[in-house]
Each structure stands twice: as structure tokens, then as C-alpha cells.
Design a protein around this ligand. Structure first.
Ligand code: ATP
Length: 357
């Protein structure tokens, strides 16, 4: 496998910059996920690496080769798409061996490699079937097998799990993590699904409007989001975000927004701003019987072991995750407390994270 270096990539479509100054170094054996909302430039970036889209500016290096001017076939990458793209008239065996045949490998070598991959992906029993005789999950495994059998320098995957139903997606996700780990593959993976990104990526490149807005491990992206956008996009249910004033009261400094009032924790007292965006995740709030803040329950969503409760606190609506054993009823009033270590602050005009540690 190989490392991949994306250096200042730009892609313009008729005057619109779809990818802007994108620079990411992907290590040999790394699983790097581009994640972001629809239209942010993920697929365009992947297609530039594959050689399916030309660059407006920048440089792509795979291993020690600058591949800007290489056609797709000479880049030694294998792509797996959302829509499988199998040859419908060919058996699974022929689909798996197709790329090797095109490279004029000997028949015995092709058979050996096809059987090895079929065993790896549990496809041995299906080798003589045509794609239409397979389930969605089996087709996706064939598509993966077709990429693996080529033994490429890099795997490029564009939402490969999104056509699968929820349970199959979970199973295939786990298989893909195991398989790419065993093969020590370099993988560039594109998804708009932040849960998929968090569970699969060694690192995430979070994209918005053509730019990488944070590049880090899932843990850091989740716990220290670089901006309001990242805070809102990563994490489910999304983070609560409130525009608050920082006001001096008799009891000390506090965050204030209508009837929402919270003492500023000591470690945040040095923050200069008079207004900030205050963020806290729904699981970082807890119900209390007295003290804290009060809110009225507008909606309760049962989610199995937990309930997601929407609360009106004055003008603001907050969401809070509570154990399903808690008795919370629509229209009722509850009291809650925020865990002080769980607060995030963002600058109102730049929307960037405010550091206080
Ligand atoms: P999705 O998750 O919806 O696939 P994406 O993040 O992969 O979105 P891209 O497909 O990379 O987004 O598209 C980025 C932007 O470039 C979009 O605004 C899209 O409309 C535009 N775009 C993509 N391909 C072309 C093209 N061939 N011609 C013109 N504009 C394009």
C-alpha cells in the first residue's frame, strides 16, 4: 500500500469552486474519511484522486509518484461505489477476475486470487451466480472483492454502504473495518453519515463548502469541534447551541439567554467576549429534583434504552437524553443540570471554537 498526499487541490466547475485549497496527508495504511453534508465536495475530491476528474490546481501524490497527469488505469487505485457497478451478464467469479484478465494475468493466477478473495469475503458458494441472483449485501461484497483482488496501492470508497438496509449496513461496516485492518489498506472513504465516519475513520476530514474545516481523530473532532459547523454536524442527536450573553451578576459571571441562566465555570472566566455561542450535547445534561433550570417538555421520543426529550426553556428549545426509566411526559415540567465540564464555546462572528484550557 502507499501514502497519499493531496496538496492544495482546487476544482472549479464553470466559475464555482467545488473544492478549495484542500491539503491532506494520508499515511500508508490509514483509513481517512471525508465527511460532510451533500454538495460539500467529497465526491469531487475522491474523483480527482481516482483520475476521473481533472484538477484546476494542486498536486496529488500516491506513494512517490505525482499522478496529476496519469490516467485512472495507471494510478493503481481501486474504487468502490454506492451502486456496486457489477457486470450483470457475468458470474461473480468473472466479475471478481475481470480486472486481472484485463491486465493479462495467467488464468491459474487469476483463479488463485479470485478464490482467496472469495474466501475472505465468504463468497465461495456464490461464485457461479449472476449479480441479479444476489442480495444487496452480497453484491456489495462482490464489489469490494473486485477492488481487493487487484491489490491496489489505495482503496477509494464513495458511500459504499448507503444502498444497504440498516442491519446489513452495520454488519458490512464491521467487516470492512476488519478487512481493511487485516490488509493494512490505505483507504480514502467518502460519506455524509457522521456515525459511519466516526466508527470507521482513523482520522476524519470534515468538509463544508469545498473546504476541510477540521482534520483530526474522531475523538478530538467529537470532543473539541473546531467550529460551530463541526459541533452541529458531528454527534447524534446534535449538540445544543445557544447564543448567550456573559453577564456579571451578584452571584458572579453567568451565561444568560432569556430564562436560561448558568454560572460561568471557573476555567471559562478568562473569556473576554460579552456574547458567545454556548454548546452542550444532549447526553451532557441530567435531570435533578431541585435546583438547576426548569423547562417544559414539548416532545418525547423513545429510543430504546434512552429517551430524547425536547424542552422549552423560555424562548429556547433544548434536547436532552435521559434513561428510558425516567418518567417524563409531554406537557410536564422538569428540572435539569448541565455537567460543567461538558460546555463548548464558539465565537459569534467567526463561529470558531474559543479555547479556554
Ligand atoms: P453528495 O454527498 O451529495 O454526493 P458531495 O459532497 O460528494 O455531495 P460533490 O459531488 O463533490 O459533493 O459536488 C460538489 C459541488 O460541485 C456541488 O455543488 C455539485 O453540484 C458541483 N458539481 C459536481 N460535479 C459537477 C459537474 N460535473 N459540473 C458542475 N458542477 C458539479
Amino acid at each position: 500500500m502507499a501514502s497519499v498526499s493531496l496538496n492544495n487541490l482546487n476544482k472549479e466547475f464553470g466559475g464555482m469552486l467545488a473544492v478549495k485549497n484542500l491539503s491532506v496527508e494520508i499515511a500508508d495504511g490509514e483509513f481517512l474519511v471525508f465527511v460532510g453534508p451533500s454538495g460539500c465536495g467529497k465526491t469531487t475530491t475522491l474523483r480527482m484522486v481516482a483520475g476521473l476528474e481533472s484538477l484546476s490546481a494542486g498536486e496529488i501524490r500516491i506513494g512517490d509518484r505525482i499522478v496529476n497527469d496519469f490516467p485512472p488505469g495507471e494510478r493503481d487505485v481501486a474504487m468502490v461505489f454506492q451502486n456496486y457497478a457489477l457486470y450483470s451478464h457475468m458470474s461473480v467469479r468473472k466479475n471478481l477476475g475481470f480486472a486481472l484478465k484485463a491486465r493479462k494475468l495467467k488464468g491459474t493466477e487469476i483463479e488463485k486470487r479470485v478464490l482467496r478473495v472469495a474466501k475472505m469475503l465468504d463468497l465461495q458458494e456464490l461464485l457461479d451466480r449472476k449479480p441479479r441472483q444476489l442480495s444487496g449485501g452480497q453484491r456489495q461484497r462482490v464489489a469490494l472483492g473486485r477492488a481487493i483482488v487487484r491489490n491496489p496501492q489505495v482503496f477509494l470508497m464513495d458511500e459504499p454502504l448507503s444502498n444497504l438496509d440498516a442491519l446489513l449496513r452495520l454488519q458490512t461496516r464491521k467487516e470492512l473495518i476488519e478487512l481493511t485492518g487485516e490488509l493494512k489498506s490505505t483507504v480514502i472513504y467518502v460519506t455524509h453519515d457522521q456515525v459511519e465516519a466516526m466508527t470507521m475513520g482513523h482520522r476524519l476530514a470534515v468538509m463544508n463548502e469545498g473546504e476541510v474545516v477540521q482534520l483530526d481523530t474522531p475523538d478530538i473532532v467529537f470532543n473539541r469541534p473546531a467550529s460551530r459547523f463541526v459541533a452541529e454536524f458531528i454527534g447524534s442527536p446534535p449538540m445544543n447551541l445557544l447564543e448567550v450573553d456573559i453577564t456579571e451578576k451578584e452571584s458572579g459571571k453567568c451565561f444568560l439567554s432569556g430564562s436560561f441562566e448558568l454560572p460561568v465555570p471557573d476555567k471559562m472566566k478568562s473569556v473576554d467576549e460579552t456574547s458567545v455561542i454556548l454548546g452542550f450535547r444532549p447526553n451532557e445534561m441530567e435531570l435533578v429534583s431541585r435546583g438547576g433550570m426548569a423547562g417544559s417538555v414539548s416532545v418525547v421520543e423513545t429510543m430504546g434504552s434512552e429517551k430524547l426529550v425536547y424542552l422549552n426553556v423560555g424562548e429556547n428549545t433544548l434536547s436532552i437524553l435521559v434513561p428510558s426509566s425516567e418518567k417524563v411526559n409531554q406537557g410536564g415540567n422538569i428540572r435539569f443540570r448541565l455537567k460543567p465540564d461538558a460546555l463548548h464555546l464558539f465565537n459569534i462572528s467567526t463561529q470558531r471554537r474559543i479555547s479556554f484550557e
